[in-house]
Design a protein around this ligand. Structure first.
Ligand code: HEM
Length: 221
């Protein structure tokens, strides 16, 4: 059997690749959060960090390519596995046996789709700057003022906080489940694996949400 068939043709291979791409995306989210928390170090430091990223040149484009590939594969496999699972059980159970299933695990597709919508909006907002004329007219390279201006709008901040709740819900189940897909779920290890998802989810939710909240409260200006 060819490697490609082994990965995409078997549910186990597909689940492992889904776990791998999910963990790569989680790595990006945590790195992006660490960078964004530099907003608390002030305008000069944050803009220097943003300039430093741009100065990576080709390396930045390679990282962007890797991120996009991981994102597209993750989405493709999610759709494929969902369709296959539905086809395996065309008639739903009379009584849903979801006592064990958590809220987060039941809504992976919904929170995933919400993240897709959020990323499209987020790129339009901060990368392509097409959602508000004020952001488009800022001095190029002043990423700090862009974030402050962007979050001064309560509706925009509210949407970001809601999206962070969806992302945290997705990661709460996704991170733990990824480690299970790699077989890291036995003995004492499952105590760690079970806790990792909720811990990452809490860091991501409170870390990212603190930024729009701090702007609205006037702590970041
Ligand atoms: C408070 C929350 C967030 C803030 C303040 C923020 C801020 C930023 C900023 C300043 C940029 C750079 C825009 C540019 O100059 O091109 C950016 C890009 C980006 N952000 Fe965020 N972000 C947040 C949350 C997120 C989350 C949760 C995700 C993913 C789930 C995300 C994904 C991205 C992506 C994919 C890019 C494009 C990266 C690139 O061009 O290389 N962001 N964000």
């Amino acid at each position: 059997m060819k490697l490609c068939d082994r990965i995409f043709g078997s549910p186990v291979g597909a689940k492992m690749l889904m776990a791998l791409t999910g963990l790569m995306l989680t790595g990006f989210v945590l790195a992006h959060l660490s960078g964004n928390l530099l907003l608390y170090a002030g305008q000069e430091k944050f803009n220097a960090y943003a300039d430093g990223l741009q100065a990576l040149g080709l390396l930045l484009w390679v990282a962007r390519g890797g991120l996009l590939t991981a994102f597209v594969l993750h989405l493709y496999l999610a759709i494929k596995l969902t369709i296959e699972n539905k086809a395996a059980r065309p008639v739903p159970y009379a009584h849903e046996a979801t006592i064990q299933a958590t809220f987060a695990s039941r809504y992976m597709v919904h929170t995933g789709l919400l993240m897709f919508a959020f990323i499209v909006y987020h790129l339009a907002h901060f990368t392509f700057k097409v959602t508000s004329p004020e952001i488009a007219s800022l001095t190029p390279g002043d990423a700090y003022s862009m974030v402050i201006l962007g979050f001064s709008e309560p509706v925009v901040s509210g949407f970001y906080i809601l999206a962070m709740a969806a992302l945290a819900t997705h990661l709460r189940h996704g991170v733990s489940s990824a480690f299970q897909s790699f077989g890291l779920y036995h003995g004492n290890l499952n105590v760690v694996t079970d806790k990792l998802g909720p811990i990452v989810a809490a860091i991501v939710f409170f870390g990212f949400s603190s930024i729009p909240v701090s702007v609205l409260m006037g702590c970041l200006k």
